[in-house]
Design a protein around this ligand. Sequence first.
Ligand code: ZN
Length: 292
Amino acid sequence: MGKLVRALSADGSVLCSSVDAKDICNEIVRIHRPSPVATAAMGRLAAAGALMGALMKGEDDALTLRINGGGVGGTVLCVSDYMGNVRCCCDNPQADLPLKENGKLDVSGFVGNDGFLAVIRDLGLKEPYATQSPIVSGEIAEDITAYYAVSEQIPTVCALGVLVDRDHSVKAAGGYIIQLVPPVNEAAIDFIEKNIKNMQSVTALLSEGKTAEEIALMGLEGLQGEILDSWECGYKCRCSRERTERMLISLGKKELVRLAEESEEKTEICCQFCGKKYYFSDEELIALSENC
Ligand SMILES: [Zn+2]
């Protein structure tokens, strides 16, 4: 399981959340069989999704992060719940790119930087609340930081990292988000800037054996940070036959009849998040079409 931790400065003006997402990323590898660069892109977005999901309050709240900057990977998408459980998918998880000159995975090439990061919050209201901000670099962490600055006017620092091993498994992955809680304490900003400068990359910290707790407290160094809470999170798909039926009904009568006519015997619907397959006979499709 992954681990989420939230820590707060003594004066309550700075919140630092961190996540150890190694297990989540290895589940992404198992399900999607992505190329190393796709693992890094999906894993970073999943870590961000877990961190941002955990900032929601309601049990049924859902958060979707969708990024597409015209890169070879197409759209990368992550849905998370209020506990930071995530599920992800990507248009082209097998698309690959050569390493960058500095030897790092080319996540910005995979995502692209001509497009938007969309953040969609489903808080159980009539319509989900969607905002989007232009992609800054396609490296994802910078794009999340820019999203908070542009769309939410919340000063935020975001760092994300996924270290892919030679056998394509994930050696270390995670991230943290530091946010100022209004009213802003200007003095705290100096400490945060110093802390970020002194902190190694997320993957270096995790590879060294630092825990999510330790990383959350490092972000609050000098501010007498204390752990608020911590809990396990994971890669969780919420698909079911019932949800798949509802999705089919939403396609409309015409489309369902067409599916029934064109299928040999059974129509296969594959969950884009976990790969689970659901089968529907022609009779079942026609019966569903009566509900459209
Ligand atoms: Zn599923």
